[in-house]
Design a protein around this ligand. Structure first.
Ligand code: 6PG
Length: 236
């Protein structure tokens, strides 16, 4: 269920991905009157969000939420909500509805129930989900051997979201408290888009395809499931 779309350069990749995403959002709204768009932070998808923000799409009928968030307030260093507000919820997309994941609670564990409730307002199956991948094989905030990972990777947990305490690493930096879509939540998508660039990530992706130890490389859980098609977009 993996479809690889590999491109020669980033411009071609982002042109094709913007087209693909636009069509999926339009189809959702044509068929069901509303769309859900789940987005990742990280540097890689920025050109996608900037392009989509300028597209003439039915944004007023689109709900946007994060795939994962650091447990920091909007405006603080590392806030994915801030990143999405600055790069996607702009221009034509400014009228989309944003569903927050960060609550006023002290920890992701304490905020989980409220976040879960908020995510239940999103149309499901999720129409469009953009995932990234880190050099450690994490996706969303499903970090290798993290606290909370076992239940987050349980495909039958019945929970859309999960609280994560990542092991501090060069990848996480100091912001190790996260809220994330769980594997169970990710599997409630019509399809998943995994967006990666560069040769290093291609090597990590290939290793993750061969790996079956999901706690060591959580993105492998996405690549090995048979429920939801995965579109892998890559360019150098
Ligand atoms: C985040 C993410 C995370 C990201 C990867 C890749 O909030 O940081 O959702 O899972 O997609 O870490 O990040 P880059 O695109 O910056 O390499």
């Amino acid at each position: 269920m993996i479809e690889e779309r590999f491109f020669q350069d980033r411009d071609s990749l982002f042109d094709a991905l913007t087209q693909d995403c636009s069509e999926r959002l339009e189809t959702a709204i044509d068929n069901r009157g509303a769309a859900s768009f789940l987005v990742s932070g990280g540097g890689t998808p920025k050109p996608l969000y900037q392009r989509l923000a300028g597209c003439d799409l039915p944004w007023a009928k689109t709900s946007i939420a994060l795939v994962d968030e650091r447990w920091v307030d909007v405006g603080e260093q590392g806030s994915n909500e801030t990143f999405i507000r600055e790069h996607l919820l702009q221009d034509r997309a400014a009228v989309a509805t944003y569903i927050p994941s960060k609550t006023g609670d002290a920890s992701p564990e304490a905020g989980l129930a409220e976040c879960e409730q908020a995510y239940h307002t999103l149309p499901r199956p999720f129409d469009l989900v953009i995932l990234g991948m880190g050099p450690d094989g994490h996706t969303a905030s499903l970090f290798p051997h993290a606290g909370g990972l076992t239940s987050a990777l349980d495909p039958h947990s019945g929970q859309l979201c999960a609280a994560i305490q990542a092991q501090p690493s060069a990848v996480t930096g100091p912001l190790t408290e996260r809220i994330t879509l769980s594997l169970c939540g990710l599997l409630q998508a019509r399809q998943l888009h995994l967006l990666i660039t560069g040769d290093d990530k291609l090597q990590v992706y290939r290793a993750a395809k061969d790996n079956t130890d999901f706690a060591a490389m959580p993105v492998s859980a996405i690549l090995h499931q048979e429920q939801v098609p995965v579109w892998v977009y890559w360019s150098p």
